[in-house]
Design a protein around this ligand. Structure first.
Ligand SMILES: *Cc1c(COP(=O)(O)O)cnc(C)c1O
Length: 484
């Protein structure tokens, strides 16, 4: 395809765009239990959208040229610092998302130890297996070695002794989640902090998903252990405004105990012929939209607004947990401490259950087996879920019965046996595409029912899963040839 010779009128443009997104999941209304966060307050969202558009064209590349963005950023950091146990030394920056915040914290830690411990040649970062994939991405980009350690198999919390046993002279960093995405549990941040101080390690607390609402849950009487910058030994913490602060996407922050640590996050370049570059984050040119929208969202809802949203979110979560516990075929993993719930089944295939629920108009997220965590279903519960809980649970009960009656997928066993014979260190791209086709996915095509694909992926080791998915995406992101 090429751009049209003559421009289309706005009406046609919006018609086409609506058509293009007609197969998407619903972003509002509480039927989508992952990826999107809906507080159900349309009038507040309109304010945030207006603020987004108002700052769409400002460029965060140079805060001296657009001091408004410096102002907004410092205020968003001040709010986050006050919310997360910071003090007058706390500093931080706004980023595009949790992944960028985490990459920056890992870079800062790496360069801090390069400066103070130059004898460390191969820096290592200790990751409980529940740590977010973003840390592996950071390790991959920054050449830091991820050292994975088991978590407690019942609670899915980081196991302090396992972390301690993994410390070597090359360790620079330890990670704790507040909370973990997969199971919604809080790692023992205080003991990780003591360990970090004892061994002079950088402790990063990943509060991307939990950081905003946890303090509100605590105020509502829900038990929440200390997890933030008030805990001795914590060097940095990440929190996404675009998760449970319900801000438009592209909004996260990373905070540091002080400037001496944050310094290593910065990047400057005066070695080319163009404008001198000094960046706080990974992005260089960036829209002011996400920052203005986050600022507007916070100021529109205010503390009272968020407390009410937290109350609704907590109520929805407690109903969901009670409802799932009442279904004998289902079993909740760990003891969720946040509005994230993972459940599995010892009797039915949870991936088939997800497909059945999709037919009923609900999106629930599959999580493949990894280490002590069995294949399971993840729910991110939002304030907008509250009105949907009973309907969702009613469908869940029916779908469990339907999957139980249908029995396992006929093709699955044979396909898994076939795929398990494959030597993934030898296969080429064609063979991988063929495997996907057998599971019902044509090259570049989007799957309809996912259970078979998930079952096959679930049966494979992580490295084979990654290989298959890279092949799939390499095909998927292929434009129609020019001229066609
Ligand atoms: C979502 C999430 C991230 C990554 O954030 P993105 O905004 O998707 O880049 C990191 N850690 C946790 C715990 C998360 O839930």
């Amino acid at each position: 395809m090429k751009i049209p010779a003559k421009g289309l009128n706005p009406e046609e443009i919006f018609q086409q765009l609506e058509l293009i997104r007609s197969h998407d999941l619903e972003t509002h209304g509480g039927r989508t239990w992952a990826y999107v966060y809906d507080h159900g307050r349309r009038e507040v969202e309109e304010v945030a959208k207006k603020a987004y558009l108002m700052f769409l064209s400002e460029n965060g590349l140079d805060p001296t040229a657009f001091p408004s963005l410096l102002h907004l950023e410092n205020e968003l950091i001040a709010v986050a610092a006050a919310h997360l146990g910071g003090n007058s030394e706390t500093v931080g920056n706004f980023t595009s998302g949790g992944t960028e915040s985490i990459i920056l914290a890992v870079k800062a830690a790496r360069d801090h130890y390069r400066a103070i411990k130059p004898q460390q040649r191969r820096p290592e970062m200790i990751l409980p297996v529940t740590a977010h994939a973003a840390f592996h991405k950071a390790a991959h980009y920054l050449d830091v070695t991820p050292v994975m350690v088991a978590v407690d198999p019942d609670t899915f919390k980081a196991d302090l002794e396992a972390v301690r046993a993994a410390v070597t002279p090359d360790t620079i960093m330890v990670v704790g989640s507040a909370v973990s995405y997969a199971h919604g549990v809080l790692d023992p941040i205080e003991s990780l902090g003591r360990l970090a101080l004892e061994h002079d390690l950088w402790l990063h607390v990943d509060a991307c998903v939990g950081g905003w609402l946890l303090p509100y849950f605590r105020r509502l009487g829900h038990p929440v252990d200390a997890f933030d910058l008030s805990v001795p030994g914590v060097s940095s913490i990440s929190m996404d405004y675009h998760k449970y602060a319900y801000c438009p996407k592209g909004a996260s922050v990373v905070l540091y105990r002080n400037k001496a640590l944050r310094k290593y996050q910065m990047f400057a370049c005066a070695r080319w012929t163009g404008y001198t570059v000094i960046n706080t984050a990974v992005q260089s040119s960036k829209s002011g939209g996400p920052m203005a929208a986050a600022w507007a969202e916070l100021h529109c809802l205010g503390d009272e607004g968020y407390l009410e949203i937290a109350r609704r979110t907590l109520e929805a979560t407690q109903s969901v947990i009670a409802g799932i516990e009442a279904i004998p075929e289902l079993r909740i993993l760990g003891r969720p401490e946040f509005c994230l719930v993972a459940f599995t089944s010892d009797e039915i295939n949870v991936f088939q259950l997800i497909d059945e629920m999709r037919e009923c108009g609900w999106y629930l997220q599959p999580q493949l087996a990894f280490e002590s965590s069995p294949p399971n279903v993840h729910l991110s519960i939002t304030a907008a879920s509250l009105e949907r809980v009973e309907a969702m649970l009613a469908d869940l009960r029916q779908c469990v019965a339907r999957v139980k009656a249908a029995g396992p997928l006929a093709e699955a066993e044979m396909l898994i046996q076939a795929v398990k014979q494959v030597d993934f260190s030898q296969v080429d791209e064609n063979a991988l595409s063929q495997m996907l086709a057998m599971a019902g996915i044509s090259p570049g095509g989007l799957p309809d029912r996912m259970a078979l694909v998930n079952e096959v992926l679930n049966a494979l080791p992580p490295q084979a899963r990654e290989q298959i998915l890279i092949t799939y995406f390499n095909d998927l992101f292929t434009p129609k040839a020019a001229g066609s």
